[in-house]
Unconditional design. Structure first.
Length: 466
């Protein structure tokens, strides 16, 4: 099979949007041909024509913020065959046996694809099941408790039949299997157990409405590195800091994929520098500003720390690229049309411990947030090149007495000479029958990232200067 399995982050819609955006606009051209809330199935235009396509996959993985792992598909079990082999209630034992034998035959081919030259070698593998949704009853009651043990047993048996000297599999905690709350192994497990080598592998079984795509993990995110940047940088503020993966997604929505070292981008609300740090890692020529002098100093120290961790020089003229400035004064600090992109998470409102009242939010938006965003767009119109983009977040604030309010960024953008760009073109993605997976609009102009019961939700937008 010439398909690739992309395991999505917890915010699957945002991850899917970023992935499609990159497949459409970067050099990694391709399309999403199938998806669920946990994975996307991708067909590249020409990736497999390259001799060292795994190196290309590793570069693509490094680029993405919303993808945990990438694997190459080696087999497929259609949905009905899976349900016949592993029904919720067994009625016809003979049919179940026959269908399971068909699945075993598919696994036989998959094992040959995943493990080459098996004879007289020792193997270790981990099976990771990715359902359509993790709370699906079929996943919790059938796939975890019956399909997973079947896969472990049959794959190990096939390895021995093909001459393996030894074969072991990763054993998930029985407690989670019994509870039906099992999570597949995380990227750091793939790294810890060295599952990207010839004789040690993670085998992914990714379910969609069409069936289960089977493949081997070829590359994975390094969450330990991102966690280190987030948690161990000298200066941080978790109350107001954007996570590394979301910073990467914002950067990718700028649509600046080629010659990034030549692309000047600005974060006008640099804070303690997470976006600046990730832009530095992605090789942008990055600048930052903040009205708070201490935060500018903190970002500089964080960059110096990261450079030391990477054993490389910090950006040239770092002190000149990190300035103390209000957003309204930035046009006095830089020439017109100087930047290729502006990317930021501005002030999102106070850190609420409890939900505020509707009237309080309305007053906040009227007196602070709308004027702030209007000034951002006014300054950006001066600073950005024609066709340059603003990739930005804004708050959606939930009220104690019901409802939610947000700044009207589309109106502000239109008034200041910007157009709103879609984050996702749903015509590039086949819609699904499950309502939870559907995209109702042709173009998705904003996406939300938030945890359950979060008071201030983060909305993602992209705008382009006309």
């Amino acid at each position: 099979m010439n398909y690739f399995i992309f395991i999505l982050g917890s915010n699957w819609k945002l991850s899917l949007a970023e992935l499609d955006y990159c497949l459409k606009n970067s050099r990694f051209k391709g399309r999403i041909i199938d998806y669920s809330a946990t994975a996307a199935i991708v067909e590249f235009e020409s990736l497999l024509e390259q001799k060292y396509f795994i190196n290309e996959l590793m570069e693509f993985q490094y680029l993405l913020g919303g993808v945990q792992k990438i694997g190459k598909a080696a087999g497929f079990i259609d949905y009905q065959s899976l349900r016949n082999a592993f029904p919720e209630k067994i009625g016809n034992f003979k049919r179940v046996k026959n269908e399971r034998e068909k699945i075993r035959n598919i696994l036989n081919s998959v094992v040959d694809d995943v493990f080459l030259n098996i004879k007289n070698k020792e193997y270790f593998f981990a099976v990771s099941l990715y359902p359509i949704f993790f709370d699906d009853k079929y996943y919790t009651d059938v796939l975890i408790k019956h399909f997973l043990p079947f896969l472990n047993k049959e794959i190990m048996s096939l390895l021995f039949e093909k001459g393996a000297k030894k074969a072991l599999y990763y054993k998930y905690p029985e407690k989670y299997i019994a509870e039906g709350t099992l999570n597949p192994i995380f990227p750091h497990h793939v790294i810890t157990y060295n599952l990207l080598t010839e004789t040690r592998a993670e085998i992914i079984f990714s379910m969609t409405e069409e069936g289960i795509y089977i493949g081997r993990t070829f590359t994975t995110d390094d969450p330990n590195f991102k966690r280190k940047i987030d948690a161990e940088r000298p200066h941080k503020d978790f109350k107001s800091s954007i996570p590394p993966k979301l910073a990467l997604i914002l950067l990718n929505f700028l649509n600046l994929f080629e010659n990034r070292h030549e692309k000047k981008i600005l974060d006008p609300f640099v804070g303690n520098g997470m976006i600046f740090l990730m832009a530095f890692l992605q090789d942008f020529d990055v600048y930052g500003a903040d009205l708070d002098k201490q935060r500018v100093i903190n970002t500089q120290k964080n960059i110096e720390w990261l450079s030391k961790e990477l054993n490389q020089a910090p950006p040239k003229n770092l002190q000149e690229k990190l300035i103390v400035s209000d957003v309204k004064d930035l046009p006095n600090r830089f020439p017109p049309n100087y930047f290729d992109g502006i990317v930021s998470e501005p002030f999102m409102g106070p850190f609420y411990v409890e939900k505020p009242y509707y009237t309080e939010i309305k007053g906040l938006i009227h007196s602070q947030l709308n004027p702030l965003f209007h000034q951002i767009f006014e300054s950006s119109r001066y600073l950005l090149k024609k066709g340059g983009r603003i990739s930005i977040t804004s708050p959606l604030i939930h009220a104690l007495d019901g409802g939610a309010l947000q700044p009207d960024l589309q109106r502000i953008a239109q008034e200041t000479g910007f157009i709103t760009l879609p984050l996702m073109d749903t015509e590039r993605i086949i819609n699904k029958s499950d309502k939870r997976l559907r995209f109702s609009d042709k173009n998705i102009f904003s996406l939300i990232d938030a945890k359950k019961d979060q008071i201030i939700m983060r909305k993602f937008h992209v705008f382009e200067k006309q």
